[in-house]
Write a protein that binds this ligand. Structure first.
Ligand code: HSE
Length: 297
């Protein structure tokens, strides 16, 4: 039976993983947003917590409100934010994904995870103007996710160390997409296809070294790295400290390193220090590949 109140936890996510532009994503263990949903006579949004003053509460402009409207459900949505805004960690995707997941449960709507991903992606696009499902998909499914057309493939690799370091730099996804070329040379497509294919094998095998090496990519990272002060030094310091690989998380500016679980602290420290040497404050999330949205109450 449906319920009148639900509380869900929905994780931050990291899209692309290098060569899988708009195709790959992972859910991370931390940070995560907490979303409360109550039945109501209209769609209402309340936002608390981190960066909440910058998040629109107009349901037509809020990714979660748009999802409620697509699903024709009048609810009060309270978003307790922990995922930093415009960080490349899926901060606008998380509420869209969390509300799609929660309303499906609350009203027994019977949508599959693939269908919920499409609904959440529409919500994110309507509110943020950017169409890609590689954040909402891992936010719903958890683990490592491949989104391609209407297909959503996911599984949970275990014991993969993740260090996500978020520098105090603003990068808008819209700008980070607008600077990318519309055409890419064939040899760069071939290189990125090779990296993406190896990434899938690395994830299936739980092979941290292969996952790290498979983050190498052409064109995208080289161009977007110009928006991240200290990028080259942070990358070098992470690799020197033992990271198997490092890439820009989504459209940035967070940088995401993959490593053995016992090397995370050392790598996080090295990355934060390297940003510091570039006069950039940063915050490290020491985590792993995590679960998708889940009901906590
Ligand atoms: N795939 C998207 C991009 C993710 O790289 O623009 C945005 O977080």
């Amino acid at each position: 039976m449906g319920r009148d109140y639900l509380k869900v936890r929905v994780p931050a996510t990291s899209a692309n993983l290098g060569a899988g532009f708009d195709v790959f994503g992972i859910a991370v263990g931390t940070p995560a947003d907490i979303i409360e949903i109550e039945k109501s006579s209209r769609i209402e949004i309340k936002v608390t917590g981190r960066d909440s003053e910058f998040v629109p509460v107009n349901p037509e402009k809020n990714t979660a409100g748009v999802v409620a409207s697509i699903l024709c459900r009048t609810v009060k949505i309270t978003i307790h934010r922990n995922i930093p805004l415009s960080s490349g960690l899926g901060s606008s995707a998380a509420p869209a994904a969390g509300v799609a997941f929660a309303l499906n449960e609350m009203f027994d709507l019977g949508y599959s995870k693939e269908e919920l991903v499409q609904i959440a992606a529409k919500g994110e696009k309507a509110a943020s103007g950017v169409a890609h499902a590689d954040n909402v998909a891992p936010a719903i499914c958890g683990g490592f996710v491949i989104v391609h057309k209407n297909r959503v493939l996911s599984f949970m690799p275990e014991n993969i160390g993740i260090v996500a370091v978020h520098p105090d730099i603003i990068v808008s996804t819209r700008v980070a997409r607008s600077i990318l070329p519309k055409k890419i040379p064939l040899e760069d497509i071939s290189f990125n296809t090779g990296s993406a294919a190896s990434m899938v094998v690395g994830m299936i095998r739980g092979d941290i070294e292969l996952i790290g090496k498979s983050m190498e990519n052409r064109v995208i990272e080289e161009i977007r790295s110009r928006l991240i002060k200290g990028y080259a030094q942070v990358k070098e310091s992470a690799l020197d400290a033992g990271a198997a690989g490092i890439t820009i998380s989504g459209s940035g500016p967070t940088m995401l390193a993959v490593c053995r679980m016992d090397e995370r602290e050392k790598i996080a420290q090295a990355m934060v220090q390297a940003f510091g040497e570039n006069n950039i404050r940063s915050e490290a999330f020491i985590t792993t590949i995590g679960r998708g949205a889940e009901i906590i109450v």
